[in-house]
Write a protein that binds this ligand. Sequence first.
Ligand code: GDP
Ligand code: GDP
Length: 437
Amino acid sequence: MLPLVALVGRPNVGKSTLFNALTRSRDALVHDEPGVTRDRNYGVCRLDPERPFVLVDTGGIAGSEEGLAGATARQSRAAAEEADLILFIVDGREGASSIDDEILAWLRKVDTPTFLVVNKIDGLDPQTALADFARYGFKDVLATSSAHKTGIDTLLARALAALPKDGDAEILDDDPERMRVAFVGRPNVGKSTLVNRILGEERMIASDVPGTTRDSIAVDLERDGRKYRLIDTAGLRRKGRVEEAVEKFSIVKTLQAIEQCQVAVILIDAVEGITEQDASVLGAVLDAGRALVVAINKWDGLTDYQRQQNEALLSRKLAFVDWAEAVRISALHGSGLRELFKAVHRAHASATKKFTTADITKAIEIAYETNPPPVVRGHVAKLRFAHPGGENPPTFIVHGTRLRTLSDSYRRYLENFFRKRFKLVGTPVRFIFKEGE
Ligand code: GDP
Ligand code: GDP
């Protein structure tokens, strides 16, 4: 499982600024894709690509117990209690306040390891800034300026040292023939109905994956001679007494499931169309670089006229993932499932395709000759050669000079050129540009 880190602190200390600094994708192209919505409360920190973790920006933890503020406070506390690590953020400029003291009193009752992060130290003498909080008695104290991104590397290193490692072994160490698929989507789109439909089919063997805990439920199954591991989704969880507690963290579970899978199937409710929450789950799939299939569910509930209307609207809203296949299904009636599985296989095959250095270098040469990048301030980028940099997603490392001048649109051109040439469907594609002769 991806570890969970919670940001706790009173309003205005810089939690969201820190959240952004930690979760902003290095890959600006992925991040700035129009149509992607960012969840402002949950994100994955990938500053160390080997050790991603989920970050929760809890809202106001100190607040009255009544009304909306009370609900927010309770939720924040629950998130913090569930976390592997709490970062207690305070304002180094303003010093300790009574609300900080209240939060501290609460933190002392919680069993979660906690670092004190004294933020906004830009322009201050760090010793003085820290002194005001010495009486809090924290062993782990960090000084940051999230606005200027100072102290973030140290914070990251300390956090990673405190977080559990290799929690995914039980889910990931398995038969390479077994494809890991996650069914994701917002509540009520039909995930449980779909998963139960798939598991309920004849000629299929399903079993719980041994060693999986309450938090990481996975099911293995065979279908038409192929092996799958369905990774935790709300759909796999038995609904019941823990439902309420679990539901609150379904966003965290979704991020974790996306991380663990090779192919993410996102369910969309055909009747309701694409909501902001759907766009943010799609953004999480893109950030993780996972293969993607869009399943438009509840297709049975639409009239012919609605279907036509729908078709146009969906393709417009899904334009930013136009490389992903969209399949119309009805989980309720079990229609479209064969097509769905075919699309999953195509996406998986593309995502795990093997390339040689010769193939990729040739592709770069042809792409470059067909359409060289434009001259920028008297300079033109040169692409010299390329080699494979990994799979799921397919990653291409391109070497050349003046690569900084390559525009986003030229990068998109390369991506589309590669998609066509290598027939890649259903997977993001990454380019890493390396400057040098
Ligand atoms: P939150 O309410 O805790 O999420 O705080 P925000 O991230 O929204 O920040 C509150 C204000 O503090 C904003 O005006 C930020 O620009 C500012 N701020 C955040 N981090 C820093 C910092 O490291 N240094 C300075 N000088 N200002 C900061
Ligand atoms: P989940 O929260 O994503 O797991 O969604 P559920 O599987 O619990 O489904 C939510 C509701 O949508 C239930 O009332 C289902 O019966 C209904 N539903 C699910 N799939 C379909 C479908 O294909 N067609 C129709 N008409 N209703 C569906």
